[in-house]
Design a binder for this molecule. Structure first.
Ligand code: NAI
Length: 341
């Protein structure tokens, strides 16, 4: 038991509190649940804690890391896989080790991706809204079969590989993939690796599963959208900035794109994960996206299963335990090493 080790858990929601408290029975850390996001100001709330624990939308830049360092934090634990929101170089310089949860449940995200695609394509969300109003008319609900369509999967890591497999082996799509690393097991079931530009040009459905890097930022931009097949369907459960939202709105207005399902959005920080139903939202791009009948949006929910939450909590607390005991952290959880790899 480690009551002397404090963990300041930023952006805490009810489900985080439950899963981390359950996992902490095996560790006995002193958990400080903080609803506010991590900022240079709220960093002070970590005073007395060795560890700060954050989620996807906390912008952990140099000033925030400096503020954490000043109150004695020497471990930053991301309870997510992506780490594009952290200035890793600054963390290294300040002697703050960064750990993440590289794999908690790729099934959670891949299954949600397929769910979004089916809902969008078969208009299930719109049908449900109608039926609740006793409107059983089918006009406007005509969908398309997945079977036989060309689906492009950008990024065939843990999540993308499961999506590619479901689309190929489950639904009988023709599947194109773009990833610098070829997954031979996918090739064996008929997935065809091509250059990213070829995929963007030839796919009827594009689903994004690569990390956000300088190379992938706005990979769906005005150029890609104008070169894409008419009737394109796009699904993004990875990171919002993979898509240029303004260019996407133009393409939707020009009827170039048949449908878009988004679990993530470029400017989601400060909006997602909160109930803003009584607020006025200033983000005109988000509000415009929500007006299209062929855009289906969820609030960064793809990870949210019981299994994933339990795995996130267990891995996060185990990393703290290993770090505190001076045990070498498994390479997979040191973000700085991941970056260098
Ligand atoms: P992973 O690291 O297993 O796979 C990423 C793949 O992308 C790798 O195979 C890599 O080679 C490939 N890749 C890297 N650069 C590329 C490029 N320029 N073009 C094409 N492929 C490229 O990651 P995993 O676990 O599959 O996660 C994928 C993404 O999903 C994460 O980066 C994260 O942003 C997002 N995610 C979203 C969640 C949600 O709740 N919506 C939850 C978990 C992850």
């Amino acid at each position: 038991m480690n009551p002397a080790i404090g963990i300041a858990i930023y952006g805490t929601r009810m489900y985080d509190r439950q899963s981390l408290s359950t996992a902490n029975a095996a560790h006995g850390f002193s958990l400080q649940f903080i609803e506010a996001p991590l900022t240079a100001l709220s960093a002070k709330l970590a005073a007395g804690c060795q560890v700060a624990c954050v989620f996807v939308n906390d912008a952990v830049d140099r000033p925030v890391l400096e503020a954490l360092g000043q109150v004695g934090v020497n471990l930053l634990a991301l309870r997510c896989a992506g780490y594009n929101n952290v200035d890793l170089a600054a963390a290294e310089e300040l002697g703050i080790v960064v750990v993440r949860v590289p794999a908690y449940s790729p099934h959670a995200v891949s299954e949600f991706t397929i769910g979004l695609l089916l809902s969008l394509d078969r208009k299930i969300h719109r049908a449900w809204a109608r039926v609740r109003e006793n409107n059983f008319a089918l006009d406007g609900l005509v969908g398309r079969n997945l079977h036989g369509r060309v689906a492009g999967v950008v990024g065939t890591g843990q999540i993308g590989a499961l999506v590619a497999r479901a689309l190929r082996a489950g639904f009988g799509c023709e599947v194109l993939a773009a990833d610098p690393i070829v997954d031979q097991e996918l090739v064996d079931i008929g997935v065809r690796y091509v250059e990213r530009d070829v995929l963007l040009r030839e796919a009827e459905i594009i689903t994004l599963h690569c990390p956000l890097t300088p190379d992938t930022r706005h990979l769906i931009d005005a150029r890609a959208l104008s070169a894409a097949r008419p009737g394109l369907v796009i699904v993004n459960t990875s990171r919002g900035a993979l898509i240029d939202s303004a260019a996407l709105i133009d393409a939707l207005k020009q009827r170039q794109v048949a449908g878009v399902a988004l679990d993530v959005y470029e400017q989601e920080a400060g909006i997602f994960f909160d109930d803003l139903s009584s607020e006025i939202i200033d983000d005109d791009v988000l509000q415009r996206l929500l007006t299209f009948p062929n855009v289906l949006m969820t609030g960064h929910q793809a990870f949210l299963t019981e299994e994933a939450l339990a795995a996130i909590a267990q891995t996060t607390l185990q990393s703290v335990e290993d770090f505190a005991a001076g045990r070498p952290l498994p390479t997979r959880v040191i973000a700085a090493q991941v970056r260098a790899a």
